[in-house]
Design a protein around this ligand. Sequence first.
Ligand code: NAP
Length: 364
Amino acid sequence: MPAKEVSIAIIGAGGVGKCFLSQLSSLAVRRPSPKINLCYIATSRKALYNDDYSPIAVDGAIDALASSTKSPLDLPKAIEYFAAAPTKVVLVDNTSSQDVAEAYPLALSRGVSIVTPNKKAFSGSYKLWQDIFSAAESSGAKVYHESSVGAGLPVISTLKDLVDTGDKVTKIEGVFSGTMSFLFNSFAPLEGQGGQWSSEVKKAKELGYTEPDPRDDLNGLDVARKLTILARLAGLPVESPTSFPVQSLIPKQLESCSSGDEFLQKLPEFDSEMEQTKASAEKSGKVVRFVGSIDVASKQVKVGLEMFDRSHPIAALKGSDNIISFYTERYGSNPLIVQGAGAGGDVTAMGVTADLIKVLSQIS
Ligand SMILES: NC(=O)c1ccc[n+]([C@@H]2O[C@H](COP(=O)([O-])OP(=O)(O)OC[C@H]3O[C@@H](n4cnc5c(N)ncnc54)[C@H](OP(=O)(O)O)[C@@H]3O)[C@@H](O)[C@H]2O)c1
């Protein structure tokens, strides 16, 4: 007899979490079955839940959470609470927390399914990756993380379908960071000159495209994490996001700046290096872009600057879009390409909601 009710527990109610709640509210209207009960919602400081699991109203949950006097349960206790619920529970992790990520094996082993845009669990140690999928395998709980690469773009599901249907993926290449996309599309555009590197970084920060300290984007680690996830799904047992070459765009001398502001102030002193890179690309009729690639056959994963012909789809990218090309035996020399917005609350939450729908159809 299929379960007609499923409970949802949400950890994280920031940009993505708020958009997810709004999509959850309209999902309940479009798909009345199974009935979705919100049983828990928490940030790092507050929580909302009822000991008897009586549902929390989705509409108004953010305001109710803000005025709640309850503290979040610590993770083992929260998992205990989810596992003891009268219905199956799906945990939606809308944080970027390593601690929450490390609790996935426990949650899954207790039958709690997980959907998340959080990269940390899937791009941390290979052992954590193995623990997550073996816990899911033995309990039957589900785990989906589409939005951990390319936000709502169908990147992970596409790669899984290619692999599961027996295609041979030979190479994956693309622009995996909205910030890097924006920076290079304005620093070295196909049309026109483009600005100075340091002015483009400053502009990107002012427009909210970078992390508060732009070095957190320029160090390449965010891209390396996404590549780690895709490489593992393609069958390469990549140990960690620091186990392959990652080019950082932070000049050595500015690594020790004490703040993002000090970094931005000193960055113009290093503009000539990036100018030279841009000029040498132009000389050969190319443009420079910050890309990640996985060569499956030679097991090589790398992240950094590369030159592309002006007619290449990576060169023609616009704004802060992502582009991911899958080269496979079936697709031959014309790769399967996924392209579009790779960041933003609504599109990221869409990937989370779509994952939730998949889980609901499997567990209810
Ligand atoms: N925004 C995007 O465009 C985008 C795109 C792709 C993927 N993602 C991923 O989506 C996730 C959420 O991103 P976001 O932009 O929504 O982040 P955010 O605005 O910073 O929100 C994070 C939320 O998680 C909560 N949180 C953090 N650590 C926690 C912990 N240990 N326990 C409980 N709650 C905790 C925060 O609560 P406090 O406020 O109390 O700290 C906050 O409510 C991240 O993993 C991010 O990488 C985001």
